[in-house]
Design a protein around this ligand. Structure first.
Ligand code: UDP
Ligand code: MG
Length: 315
C-alpha cells in the first residue's frame, strides 16, 4: 500500500457503543477531501466488543488498520502506539467518543497547508464537564504552568494534527511514562490554534474517574518539573532559620529571666506540624523516586498482541 497522506489515530477503550457512529462520520468527512487516508484504531485492551466491531469495520473499508494492544496500557501508551505505526505525512489524533468533532479535520488540514506543523483544537468552554472537573482542570493548568518550564496551553487536549517531523521529534523522547500533553508542548514547532465547543460524549462513559485524573495530574507535574523537590530545600532553610532565632530567644530568656516551664502545648504543636511537613516532603520525594525506579526498568511503553495483518486469520 502506498503511504497515505493522512493518518487518523484513534485510541479505543471499551467504545463499542460509539464506534460505528464515529467511523461512519469520520469516513464521510475524510472522503470529502482528496487526500488519501488511513484510519488507525488502537484497541487499548477493551473488555467489550470493540475489537470485534473494529474487524467488521475493517472488512468494509480498506483504509482501516487495527493495532490490538495486549492489555489496557492507558490512553498515553495507546497514542504512542498509534504514532509509532502511523504511515501518513500528517497524523491526526482524535477520541472516538465524538467529543472531538471530526468536522474540525478540514480546518486542521487547511492550517497545515498554510505551513503549520502542529494544529491544536482549543475548547472555548467546558460546559460538557462537571463543575469539579472544570475547577480541578483549571487549578492543574495554573499550578503546572507556574512551576514547569514547559507550558501546556489551557483547555487544549490531545485532539490535534501533527506533521511527520513532529512525530519523529516525539519519537526521540524515550520516556516510558508518557504525559502526552507535556511531550507535545516540549517538542515545540509552529503551532496554530483552532477554537471549538466540546460536546458531551456521544455514548458510553469516560474512563477517567477522579482518582485516575489525580494520578494523571501527578504524572504531568512530576514529568516536567522538579520544582516540588526543590521547594523542600528552601522550606528547610526557612524553617531552620526560624528555629535558630526561636532557640536563641529561648536561651536568652532562660539566662536572663530564669527557667520557664510552660510550653507543652506549643511544643507539641510544633512537633506535629513539622512531623507532617517532613512526611509531605518524603512523600513528594517518594513520587519522584518511584518514577525513577519505573523509568529505570526501561520497559516498553506498550505490547502489541496482533495487528491488522496477523488478525486476518483469526477473524
Ligand atoms: N482511552 C484509551 N485507553 C484508556 C482510556 C481511554 O485508549 O485507558 C481512549 C478512549 O477510548 C477515548 C479517549 O481515550 O477514545 C478518551 O477517553 P475518555 O473519553 O474516557 O476521556 P475523557 O474524554 O473523559 O477525558
Ligand atoms: Mg471523552
Amino acid at each position: 500500500m502506498i503511504s497515505p497522506i493522512i493518518s487518523i489515530v484513534c485510541p479505543c477503550y471499551n467504545e463499542q457503543e460509539v464506534l460505528h457512529v464515529f467511523t461512519d462520520k469520520i469516513i464521510n468527512i475524510l472522503s470529502m477531501d482528496t487526500f488519501t487516508y488511513e484510519l488507525l484504531f488502537v484497541n487499548d485492551g477493551s473488555k467489550d466488543n470493540t475489537l470485534i466491531f473494529l474487524h467488521e469495520l475493517a472488512v468494509r473499508n480498506k483504509n482501516i488498520r487495527i493495532i490490538n494492544l495486549s492489555r489496557n496500557f492507558g490512553k498515553e501508551a495507546a497514542l504512542t502506539a498509534g504514532l509509532d505505526h502511523a504511515k501518513g505525512e500528517v497524523v491526526i489524533l482524535i477520541d472516538v467518543d465524538l467529543q472531538d468533532p471530526p468536522e474540525l479535520i478540514h480546518d486542521f488540514l487547511r492550517e497545515w497547508q498554510k505551513g503549520y506543523d502542529v494544529v491544536v483544537a482549543k475548547r472555548i468552554n467546558r460546559s460538557s464537564d462537571t463543575l469539579t472537573k472544570k475547577i480541578t482542570a483549571s487549578l492543574f493548568y495554573k499550578f503546572h504552568n507556574s512551576i514547569s518550564d514547559v507550558i501546556i496551553p489551557d483547555n487544549v487536549g490531545d485532539f490535534r494534527l501533527i506533521t511527520r517531523r513532529v512525530v519523529t521529534a516525539i519519537q526521540l523522547l524515550p520516556e516510558n511514562q508518557r504525559f502526552m500533553k507535556g511531550i507535545f508542548s516540549w517538542v515545540g514547532f509552529k503551532t496554530s490554534i483552532i477554537q471549538y465547543t466540546r460536546q458531551p460524549r456521544a455514548a458510553g462513559k469516560s474512563s477517567f474517574n477522579g482518582w485516575r485524573l489525580w494520578n494523571f495530574a501527578l504524572e504531568g507535574i512530576t514529568s516536567f518539573s522538579t520544582t516540588p523537590l526543590r521547594i523542600w530545600l528552601y522550606l528547610g532553610v526557612f524553617v531552620s532559620a526560624i528555629a535558630f532565632i526561636f532557640g536563641a530567644s529561648i536561651i536568652l530568656k532562660t539566662l536572663f529571666l530564669g527557667v520557664d516551664i510552660p510550653g507543652y502545648a506549643s511544643l507539641l504543636t510544633i512537633i506535629l506540624f513539622f512531623g507532617g511537613i517532613q512526611l509531605i516532603g518524603l512523600g513528594i520525594m517518594g513520587e519522584y523516586i518511584g518514577r525513577l525506579y519505573m523509568e529505570s526498568k526501561r520497559r516498553p511503553i506498550y505490547i502489541i498482541e496482533d495487528d491488522s495483518n496477523t488478525q486476518k486469520d483469526k477473524f
